[in-house]
Design a binder for this molecule. Structure first.
Ligand SMILES: [Zn+2]
Length: 453
């Protein structure tokens, strides 16, 4: 079997359909999953998929592999990743996989795997890889049956959310899986919904389904302004991430969304713990402390945040990429549509434009610098080794975050793409440029190809 080992990521499995994700590889992945499931005493495995063009093939290959081990398959059809997570709490099986390329370009696809309601750790991903390489599979013949999950998912959110007034909102599903359910959820909550790009189209003809990038939010910004919407909500390809546009058309990055969510959660649960990744604003931890909560900084990656929430019993977690995890009134998984509904609660309960009063500093969005998968971690290690920072607090749980008096800078290697990730934030533009320059000069020493950022 030809196996590109880069498909095994820290959080999940991902690659280019038909090139890395071939029939042989995916059939064996199905066999590994069906065998692993049975070793854990699980005899039915849930499989959902997004609306990508390659997803029906992936489903066929994967499910044939699973049933060839004697494990059954519950086919939940086209779903968002959060609908799949919901199904592991709702259906007869607590384990399964959703086939999705998330926010990646159309030629990609991937697999997010859950055993006993919990996303696989990197060790569990390695065990699956070992099974595939050693052909360590069970033999048998399982059955495939279908289950509908949409109605119970919609009802779960509608029972959970209470809007104090009717809102006019705009949403952008980016032709991704959110289109199957987002509009129905928000209409059932009583909103007037203007929907953009709700049709499933795996070629993503309008814009890339990644709401963390401002260039993908332009259509939604226009819609909010033209329709006088109280808010704009956008989702990534599998709807586990949220993007927010204020009524003025300003993009509210996830760390600033988290300030509002933290206020809401800590109000009802004083001393609540709040998890966030190393890319988030210092203003978020300042705000959590001010409210009496406990800020917990964490590595970037949705499984790391979920793990940290589990280990610490935190009530909420959030990532700069837009993954928001409510463990307060919700089972702790990342769900863009549910997080959007919680934001609607906050908006509906306030008289004025709530977004104007969120504190702000000068910051850059995430900066990505190309670096090969087999070099990127080494570059970061050498940067840490060779750089000296004076009068700074160093956070080194994931790359390096250097917190100076007037701002901070971050350098880490992405787990999901061949890039280095940088971000900067400071009290003034001058301080920001200064920190950026310190990082650039030090990075150039260990990665001479780098261009100024
Ligand atoms: Zn996603």
């Amino acid at each position: 079997m030809e196996l590109n080992e880069h498909i095994f990521r820290a959080n999940d499995i991902r690659g280019v359909s038909y090139r890395d994700l071939t029939e042989e590889v995916i059939y064996k992945l199905g066999k590994a999953l069906g065998s692993e499931a049975q070793d854990r005493g699980i005899n039915e495995f849930i499989i959902g998929r997004d609306g990508r063009l390659s997803s029906p093939d992936m489903f066929e290959w994967l499910s044939s592999g699973v049933i060839s081990t004697g494990c059954g398959v519950i086919d939940i059809g086209i779903v968002t990743s959060p609908m799949f997570y919901h199904s592991t709490f709702w259906l007869n099986s607590s384990s399964g996989v959703v086939i999705t390329g998330s926010h990646n370009p159309g030629e990609y696809n991937g697999f997010k795997i859950v055993f006993n309601n919990q996303s696989t750790s990197s060790d569990e991903i390695l065990l699956l890889k070992k099974r595939m390489l050693n052909n360590d599979f069970k033999d048998g013949s399982g059955m495939i049956r279908g289950e509908a999950i949409e109605e119970s998912y919609i009802n779960k959110i509608v029972e959970n959310i209470n809007l104090e007034k009717k809102l006019n909102i705009s949403i952008d599903c980016g032709n991704g899986a959110a289109g199957v359910v987002a509009k129905k959820v928000y209409e059932k909550l009583g909103c007037n919904v203007v929907e953009l790009f709700g049709e499933l189209d795996g070629s993503f003809p309008n814009h890339h389904p990644d709401p963390s990038r401002i260039e993908n939010m332009q259509d939604l910004i226009d819609s909010v302004k033209n329709n006088d919407s109280s808010i704009g909500l956008a989702f990534d390809g599998d709807a586990d991430r949220l993007g927010v546009i204020s009524p003025d058309g300003e993009m509210i990055y996830p760390d600033r969304q988290m300030i509002l969510f933290a206020r809401q959660v800590i109000q009802s649960k004083p001393n609540a713990k709040v998890v966030f990744d190393v890319k988030c604003s210092k203003l978020l931890s300042d705000e959590i402390l001010k409210l009496g909560g406990e800020p917990l900084i964490c590595k970037t990656g949705h499984t790391f945040i979920k793990q940290k929430i589990r280990q610490t019993g935190a009530q909420i977690g959030g990532e700069m990429s837009g993954h928001i995890f409510f463990n307060d009134r919700w089972p702790g998984y990342d769900d863009g549509i549910y997080a959007g509904a919680r934001m609607l609660e906050i908006v509906a309960a306030s008289e004025n434009n709530i977004f104007i009063n969120i504190p702000n500093m000068v910051s850059t969005p995430e900066i990505n610098i190309p670096a090969d998968d087999d070099k990127k971690f080494k570059i970061v290690d050498e940067f840490i080794e060779n750089s000296k920072f004076t009068e700074a607090n160093i956070v080194d749980i994931d790359g390096i975050r250097v917190e100076f008096k007037k701002g901070w800078g971050l350098l880490r290697a992405s787990n999901t793409s061949p890039v280095l990730v940088l971000r900067f934030e400071a009290e003034t533009k001058e301080a920001l440029d200064n920190i950026k320059n310190i990082f650039y000069q030090n990075l150039k020493k260990v990665y001479p190809e780098v261009r100024n950022f």
